[in-house]
Design a protein around this ligand. Structure first.
Ligand code: ATP
Ligand code: MG
Length: 396
């Protein structure tokens, strides 16, 4: 059981949290310093709780400082803040490593949901740190994640996969992990015979040859694992199966590109567990960027936030009062790729021919080609229409 410690809960919220956390509840007095040891020392040597809720209404600065120290010193611990400034505090709290803000006026059901999500994440973190992966995979696993729907994950994933596959034949497989509404097959104009559950069956038996026969081949030489053909099938797929699939594929392919559903679902966490190159995708909107900050925090805590992260802004010329500099500063990572609005993108989905395949003169192709080039080996480089050209200089 993940223990949920609530520190300094005001009298108006105390019983709500005690009820919501049930037997996992541990009451702490208000923290008096930013040093986690001062708080956790009160446990008399018992391990740190998986979830720590700080009532920030008495001393916000102290709670933010403490949250920051907990994030680095106890990365398995998930910190929530009780606040009456949820509207304005968002980005600052996320930067301090807080995973969620719970309004002080939240009712028992809302608090139960917030604690449930936090405990779930804490469990994942504990499991991840307890069992590091063996058998390092050989290929690169490139997972496109975005907290919000419609940011362009499928567009980026399919075009990037086509670019890699075209540059290096038989090098690339794309996996559609948008399990309920995946549209990778449609974006590639494929009518698959086999879907993710079929491929997983052969993964379970460890039969690599059978697994490969269940991949769908696209005209560009790209292999495809389409999402289940029925949304209900998603329920029976576990994150462990997703991890196992990607591990196996990464031994067979140089590039495994993964499209995901919005947010960080269990399945996406399973994919991130095997990911070498997360592509963090956002639009220039406040919800998009603050959501992505949470993604960055999750990756950091899972120690998956490495030099191989790629921050991509889509619809980059459609700002909603947010600049690329704001994104850099909020996320602490420079924007690597900016994709402007492309007139051809929506039409390419309808025709099922990705812009990278049609070698279109298009801003999306021009923006994604350098990203693909950086993923490709030295000496293989794409020009602004996605065509292979000889690279003159060595890669860094
Ligand atoms: N740079 C762009 N310029 C113009 N249109 C774009 C661009 N990127 C994506 N689109 C269009 O935006 C729509 C949403 O893109 P896409 O399906 O790739 O997003 P998504 O993040 O995968 O969405 P979902 O969360 O629903 O899976 C599509 O119609 C796509 O053609
Ligand atoms: Mg999509």
């Amino acid at each position: 059981m993940i223990r949920i410690a609530v520190a300094g809960a005001g009298p108006d919220v105390e019983s709500t949290y005690a009820t919501a956390a049930q037997e996992a509840y541990v009451a702490f007095p208000a923290p008096y310093s930013e040093n986690p040891a001062d708080l956790l020392g009160r446990l008399n040597g018992a391990p740190a709780p998986g979830v720590i809720v700080l009532d920030s209404r008495t001393d916000l600065e102290l709670c933010l400082g403490l949250a920051g120290r907990l994030a680095t010193e106890h990365p398995d611990t998930v910190v929530l803040l009780i606040t009456d400034q949820a509207e304005t505090l968002g980005l600052r709290a996320m930067r301090a490593g807080v995973k969620d803000l719970v309004p002080a006026i939240a009712d028992t059901q809302q608090v139960t949901e917030a604690l449930h999500d936090a405990a779930h994440l804490a469990k994942k973190l504990a499991a991840h740190h307890a069992a590091p992966q063996e058998n390092e995979p050989t290929g690169r696993v490139i997972t496109v994640v975005s907290p919000k729907g419609g940011a362009g994950k499928t567009t980026v994933a399919t075009n990037l996969a086509v670019a890699l596959a075209s540059a290096m034949p038989h090098s690339t497989v794309i996996v559609d992990l948008d399990l309920q509404f995946g549209d990778v097959a449609t974006a590639l104009n494929l009518t698959p015979q086999h879907f993710l559950p079929d491929v997983l069956q052969s993964v379970a038996t460890g039969d690599t040859i059978a697994m490969k026969t269940r991949l769908t081949l696209h005209d560009t030489g790209l292999y495809v694992v389409p999402a289940p053909d029925h949304p209900a099938a998603a329920d029976s797929i576990t994150s462990g199966q997703v991890s196992q699939l990607l591990q196996l594929l990464s031994r067979e392919f140089a590039y495994v590109v993964v499209d995901t559903s919005p947010g960080i679902t269990d399945h996406t966490l399973g994919a991130l567990d095997q990911t070498t190159d997360p592509i963090l995708l956002t639009t220039l909107s406040v919800p998009g960027v603050s959501g992505l900050r949470k993604v960055v925090d999750t990756l950091s805590v899972l120690q998956m936030f490495t030099d191989h992260n790629h921050l991509v802004v889509n619809f980059a010329d459609t700002t909603h009062g947010v600049s690329q500099k704001d994104v850099d500063e909020t996320l602490g990572v420079p924007v690597e790729t900016s994709i402007p609005v492309s007139k051809g993108a929506p039409a390419s989905v309808n025709t099922g021919v990705p812009l990278m395949q049609s070698r279109a003169r298009d801003p999306l192709v021009k923006a994604l080609a350098p990203l693909a080039s950086r993923l490709l080996p030295d000496g293989v480089d794409l020009d602004k229409r996605g065509r292979v050209r000889e690279r003159k200089r060595a890669k860094t």
